[in-house]
Write a protein that binds this ligand. Structure first.
Ligand code: WT7
Length: 678
């Protein structure tokens, strides 16, 4: 390959030295069965046909009252979709399938222990269980439309049952990833003002039954200190009828759902017609600064977008067996384990555990036994499976027609392994780029229409119109070889509506940067800032380079540096903390934590561990730093700013560059020496 020409860039731009990969094409067999093979879809969803094109997605749903206004921009940039419509997400994911499919599996729940049997929940059974639990929410917990309820649940069938029971009544669910700490749960309870918490006693991870109920006790105590009282805790049981947690049940506060259910046997709760733009759920996400943001997703727009993209990009048909290995505690699980697949009447798999327990063949045994034909996971998992079990997929007789990668950029080498070994050269791959905020996909190839290109997310999906700006607001054209801030020019139905309780932050974080007129009611004046850096190739395909700011993406999970640093500062002895991302061959990135101690405090191993433990406690194990380095001082600019760039170079064994302008250049060599000893 010829050496790439050097691209001249200004300081406002990012140069990209990128080797173009060749195309991969779908098989005729795949194309023959695909949901979308009509290339005119791009034309139908062009800007000329915006916003009316999204009627196609709205029409995939059943409505109590059809909408009259497709897009209302009067409260820009809080867009309202399908105004006037009344709908219920629980009805669309369950009731509407009963007529033809009641005896079909909606959810396969696969326990982590292989000796435990997979549970197959039919649409009829899902209907029964959701109705009975909805009755508990309404009649026992006293919840009603518009109330928020926090869920802190692991991967189990009871999680979508709980979500869909909330949706049935218009209760806004806010699920906190099960692996998050009691502290993280408390912050989200407080921010959303929930007075009911729904949790589970225990779950399996890596062969161990973990006590999860204890987190509820911590969360309630901390939430109370911050002024939010939770008066009821509903506890699902990993083994119905048996308590698997040593944490005591608090009288008149904690209730086992399985005890309550006895009083609600046979209860039926009619789905409540919900206004299209009423919220369906909150999903908290970290930013670089400040507290986590509660992304508020709408009912109709969100569901229409999750359904449409599941149908055309994931190519889900009602007869497919679909397995997304993400956690429902993240947006991927909400859109593409629960709402999208169930809205389409497919069978969706919920796997409790890790794909490497008890060995690296586990995932492929599940795929073989359930005859999975659509598979969805993240680069971090692909890298892990590639590392520990490169020959495992070939040992099992499963056949995927379609695979997804999501969450972070995938290296072309890893993509090729995924295609050849996991996909057995048969499956097509979609590399879907999107965010918690966007509700559904932004960029991806259309599986039967646009060819794949390893490492590249592909063109925008129909109806999404990106633009890449440099720092100055100049548009970077396709093929320029320069990366910049990728923005979306137009609204779309899946986009979040606001940050819960903080409209100003919503506007300033996502819309202020390239806004053309703050008083404008025209969507053309409000490009949506994704916060990612991207480059567009000559053929229109986008390659995402990661966050413009320095959020650390560990195993596909976005962690705010500020959140980690704040957690470190909880430890009394800590004066300053700086987190930088370090490349990790499986997790993608992992955090290194630099700590400056308060004067007079002696560094010690015990103290490093205490700080590391504090982070696991405050945020969760996922944020555990690789190293905690207790340094004498942080490298700082003369104005006192910590030079994260320098720390990051040290952590990643890179040249630190010119440090002579620092206030304390001598510290750099000292830290480099420390790192060498690690
Ligand atoms: C950030 C969003 C989308 C659900 C999972 C993560 C990165 C996501 C890709 C991809 C390159 C990707 C971006 C994005 N990202 N998918 N296919 N290729 N980067 O949701 O936690 O909100 O994170 O993940 O940086 O902004 P999230």
């Amino acid at each position: 390959m010829a050496e790439k020409e050097r691209v001249e860039t200004s300081e406002a731009q990012i140069a990209v030295h990128w080797q173009e990969e060749g195309y991969y094409y779908p098989s005729t067999k795949f194309v023959a069965q695909a949901n979308m093979t009509d290339e005119t879809i791009y034309e139908r969803f062009s800007l000329d046909n915006f916003p009316n094109c999204y009627k196609e997605y709205a029409d995939l749903l059943e409505w109590y009252e059809y909408w009259h206004t497709i897009l209302d921009t009067s409260d820009a940039p809080c867009w309202k979709w399908f105004v006037g419509g009344k709908i219920n997400a629980s009805h669309n994911c369950i009731d509407r399938h009963l007529k033809n499919h009641k005896n079909k599996t909606a959810i396969h729940f696969v326990p982590e222990l292989e000796e435990e049997k997979t549970e197959h929940i039919t649409y009829q059974e899902l209907y029964v269980r959701v109705n009975e639990f909805a009755a508990i929410l309404r009649d026992f917990a006293g919840l009603k439309k518009g109330d928020r309820v926090t869920l802190h649940m692991p991967m189990c069938a009871e999680l979508p049952i709980t979500m869909l029971a909330c949706a049935r009544l218009g209760i806004i669910h806010s699920e906190v990833f099960g692996g998050f700490s009691g502290r993280a749960c408390a912050d989200r309870i407080v921010d959303s003002q929930s007075n009911v918490l729904i949790t589970m006693d225990a779950y399996y991870r890596n062969g161990k039954l973990l006590d999860h109920k204890q987190n509820a006790d911590i969360a309630l105590k901390l939430a109370k200190e911050d002024g939010q009282i939770v008066d009821k805790v509903l506890v699902w049981q990993r083994y119905p009828g048996k308590n698997s947690s040593p944490a005591p049940m608090v009288e008149n506060r904690d209730y086992f759902v399985n005890d309550l259910l006895k009083d609600y046997y046979g209860a039926r709760v009619a789905p409540v017609p919900i206004a299209a733009e009423d919220p369906l759920f909150l999903m908290y996400t970290s930013g670089t600064t400040g507290k986590p943001k509660g992304c508020q997703h709408s009912t109709a727009g969100y569901l229409a977008y999750a359904t449409g993209t599941s149908k055309y990009i994931l190519d889900i048909h009602p007869e497919d067996v679909y397995w997304c290995m993400a956690d429902i505690g993240w947006i991927t699980g909400h859109s593409y384990i629960v709402y999208g697949p169930l809205s389409l009447g497919a069978s969706t798999i919920i796997f409790e555990g890790v794909p490497t327990y008890p060995d690296a063949g586990r995932a492929w045994r599940i795929a073989q036994d359930l005859d999975v034909n659509i598979f969805h996971t993240a680069p971090t998992t692909i890298r892990a499976l590639r590392k520990i079990g490169p020959d495992e997929p070939a040992k099992y007789n499963y056949h995927f027609k379609h695979m997804t990668t999501v969450g972070e950029p995938i290296e072309p080498e890893v993509w090729k392994w995924y295609h050849k070994e996991v996909g057995k050269g048969e499956a097509i791959i979609v590399d879907t780029w999107w965010q918690t905020e966007t509700g559904g996909f932004l960029c991806s190839t259309m599986p039967a229409i646009t060819p794949m290109k390893p490492g590249s997310a592909g063109p925008a999906v129909p109806g999404i119109h990106p633009v890449i700006y440099d720092e100055e607001g100049e548009i970077l054209a396709a093929g320029s070889g320069k990366a910049g801030n990728i923005c979306i020019q137009n609204p779309w139905p899946g986009a979040f509506q606001t940050i819960w309780g903080d409209r100003d932050r919503f506007v300033s974080t996502y819309y202020e940067r390239y806004n053309k007129d703050p008083n404008s009611k025209d969507w053309r004046d409000w490009p949506y800032l994704t916060g990612d850096a991207a480059v567009q190739a000559e053929d229109g395909y986008y390659r995402i380079l990661g966050r413009i700011d320095d959020v650390i993406n560990v195993s596909g999970h976005r962690l705010g540096t500020k959140e980690i640093e704040s957690a470190a500062l909880v430890v009394e002895e800590v004066a300053e903390a700086a987190v930088v991302p370090v490349a990790h061959d499986i997790k993608g990135k992992e955090p290194d934590l630099y700590i400056a101690l308060k004067p007079g405090v002696e560094p010690s191993e015990a103290l490093s561990k205490k700080i590391s433990d504090a982070i696991c406690e405050e945020i969760g194990k996922i944020a555990k730093p690789r190293f905690v380095l207790l340094v004498k001082d942080m490298p700082k600019t003369r104005s006192g700013k910590i030079m994260r760039r320098v720390l990051s170079s040290i952590s990643n064994n890179k040249d630190v560059g010119d440090v002579t302008t620092l206030a304390n250049p001598e510290i750099v060599t000292e830290i480099q020496e420390m790192m060498k000893k690690k």
